[in-house]
Write a protein that binds this ligand. Structure first.
Ligand code: TRP
Length: 323
């Protein structure tokens, strides 16, 4: 049985692009009985950017509620908050001491963030070693990540190998599993949906807020109602199709191509597809968000499972170091 582990950024309520592109496939993988799976919300990493306790906590809840609403089975997966396993910060320190400073200066993600962000702190700089600790602390075999995390995974493998070489076999050297971006969800403006572009759709919003956002923000052209429209150039159709699938998506495509069917009609169908198609997930999400105690209980259960493994691995590391 392979151990699969991955970390989730806690940047607030996941949007449609996150849900369809990353969360749903990750849940399928985690719920697969052939895997032993660990999934955590990286709220220590968030501290590099968020300095407000309420926001930090709320972001974690929103992320946890979304994963649970989309069917993550916590009897199969250890689902926890990174900050509930303090062992990880101890391991991060050790790893920092086994990794060349010079290599950290070459991290793309740091360079990129250092250019964009106002608060360029030391945590951002050593981010890759905390991430390596997230992985090595649990003897993970496979780490599903997006392409942008590849360099972090290389650093993880590198620091594990350096430590093993220097101190004797200690860590499992993990393998990355690159998520292929099969589902490219456009944002409301047509560019890739992303939080930083403010073009996202929050499917958990109430119907009136959703309606407003769809009607106001999804770009359309000025083709008159009666004229044929090209679905392949229509954001509203692409979003609709990503939710309902190819077969049902074809119906709207045909109506658009035939003419006599306006953007307003398409937007109305999209709204219905979200409200009806995600009815269960929306209900579950809202139930969790009004039961934060229940969310805490789920995450604590996961943390207890995680800490058991963490304690064993950390013991191994301390012994090797000489403590
Ligand atoms: N850095 C990852 C991201 O931005 C999140 C993350 C933190 C992670 N720790 C991890 C992913 C460990 C995989 C394994 O997406």
């Amino acid at each position: 049985m392979a151990r699969i582990l991955t970390g989730i950024q806690s940047t607030g309520t996941p949007h449609l692009g996150n849900l369809l592109g990353a969360i749903r496939p990750a849940i399928d993988l985690a719920n697969d009985a052939a895997n032993d799976s660990f999934l955590f919300i990286a709220d220590l990493h968030s501290l590099t950017q968020v300095k407000n306790g309420t926001e930090l906590r709320q972001n974690t809840y929103a992320v946890a509620a979304a994963w649970l609403a989309f069917g993550l089975d916590t009897s199969r997966t250890a689902f926890y908050r990174q900050s509930d396993v303090p062992e990880v910060t101890e391991l991060a320190w050790y790893l920092n001491c086994f990794f060349p400073y010079q290599r950290l200066t070459l991290a793309h993600s740091f360079k990129d963030k250092a250019e964009r962000l106002e608060d360029v702190n030391g945590g951002l700089f050593s981010y890759p070693m905390l991430m390596a600790a997230d992985i090595l602390l649990y003897d993970a075999d496979f780490v599903p990540v997006g392409k942008d995390q590849l360099q972090h995974l290389e650093m993880t493998r590198d620091v594990a190998a350096r430590f093993n070489h220097r101190m004797g076999d200690t860590f499992v050297v993990p393998q990355e599993m690159i998520r292929s971006e099969t589902m490219l969800i456009p944002g409301l403006d047509g560019a890739k949906m992303s939080k930083s572009k403010a073009n996202t759709l929050n499917i958990f919003d109430d119907p009136s807020a959703l309606k407003k956002r769809i009607n106001k923000e999804i770009i359309t052209d000025a083709t008159p109602l009666e004229d044929p429209k090209d679905p392949d150039n229509a954001v509203v159709w692409k979003l609709y199709q990503s939710i309902v699938g190819d077969v049902q998506g074809q119906h709207m495509a045909e109506k658009l191509s035939a003419g006599g069917y306006g953007w307003g009609h398409a937007k109305k169908e999209l709204l219905e597809a979200i409200v009806d198609g995600f009815a269960e997930e929306r209900d579950a999400f809202n139930r969790w968000m009004t039961d934060l105690g229940g969310l805490d209980a789920e995450l604590s259960k996961g943390a207890a499972q995680a800490r058991e493994v963490a304690a064993t691995v950390l013991d191994r590391v301390r012994t090797k170091i000489g403590y």
